[in-house]
Ligand binder design. Sequence first.
Ligand code: SIN
Length: 520
Amino acid sequence: MKTVETDRIVIVGAGLGGLYAALALAPHPVVIVSPETLGEGSSSAWAQGGVAAAMAEADSPEAHAADTIRVGAGIVDAAVAKFVTEDARAHILGLTDLGTPFDRTSDGGYVLSREAAHGFARVVRVKGDQAGAAIIKSLIQKVRDCDTIQVLEGTMALALDVTEGALTGIHVQNSGPDRSAPVRLRGAAYLIAGGGSGGLFALTTNPQRIQGQVIGMAARAGAIIADAEFVQFHPTAIDVGKDPAPLATEALRGEGATLINADGDRFMLGIHPDAELAPRDIVAREVFNQTQAGKRPMLDTRAALGPRIKDLYPAVTEACLQNGIDPATDPIPVAAAAHYHMGGIATNAAGQSSLGNLWVCGEASATGLHGANRLASNGLLEALVYARICAEGIMKVHPVKQAPPVAIAFEAGGKVPDAAVVTALRRTMTDNVGVVRTQSGLLRALRDIAALEAAQSDVPDVMNMCATATLIAAGALTREESRGAHERADFPDRHAGVGHRSMTTLAKALALRSQACKET
Ligand code: SIN
């Protein structure tokens, strides 16, 4: 394999964490590996709600941390929740300085949305549902203006080289339809800031390309993976047969929108005292149950917003109108869809993984902030806080050095995933590792994943996806309780006492998978 050497810091991923870290690292030379043109295909840019931060006078980081811990169902790392929520305000002010046009009040404060399970309206937003896109746009502008940041657009990471427990290189290839042969890129240090795993499921709100590749890539290199079984399903993906499913932000329920079914019943009233604003796992499960029962769950914004939805939530309105739904007059059909992976590459408080010279931030990481169920709009916040922490950690170890831009001449010869294999993988994940899980379904999923992996074991991208799928299914099989977003129909109760996070390796998950295959 061809090798390219550079003194630049290599960042994998060009969503919120990657761009923000690159800016924090300046003037240290950085090269960002970005599968698409900047701004396209990143989950962060699709985030509608915004960034959770205690900005209101009556609110406090302590209250924000308490909500994060309560919703995380017993396994949030309280120390992480404390410093992330304390840091939130500084990042909102920082993003404002970088040009993000947050919605502001007439007296200069921030307009704050209410989302489920928050004790306060504390989600800082842009034009209702445009936060992710607007933040990413302002960061791209700064990144393009920064001459120490190089972006390799149309390039993706495939594999990691590890020597004596430390990362020494990343295999990259051209990400277009004609994949190139991989090239080894050796940098000064490495930051993974890639996406999660939503696209591993047939029904998802994530950009479809986000299919657990970076978590799988790190797991295949031996990194410890935490909390893999905890996948968050969003209750109000717009159910119009689109892949990915457009999102109807939770902020709509914060405005008073209700969930009804085809019989007109407001079904959350009988489920939780906070009804539609119950924690996300509870709402997602009930929406799933309604769908399974053929009751057609719908989000009704008519009384709460009426025609105002068109100005206040343009992305949701647009998605509805494109699918023949006028949200001012029609309830919006919804379904529970894979939305956010709480699990990922285990990191310590400094954002370091178990592999030397590898830092991780954003959805691919598992810092301990989210526990078994992420509090709404804590995802972007975590990416901001840890991107800065990782950048500071890297700068401590690697002094600034001049480095010319990286030049890679890609050549033909890469392998492309078979669309039928990927479709089958996504189907088994949704059918067997979805909102409600059972032992028999999880064993079936593990066998399916093994067979699909064997069909394309020479395609690194497929191996990475299957690694993450295996970790999720094996983690779900091992956790014989229901906790947060992980619901086992055969183990409906939460274990008593102190909950534990899961820490595992791909080797352990594969051993479980082999066992499942033998038991057929
Ligand atoms: C939403 O706007 O409903 C999603 C926010 C989030 O997932 O944090």
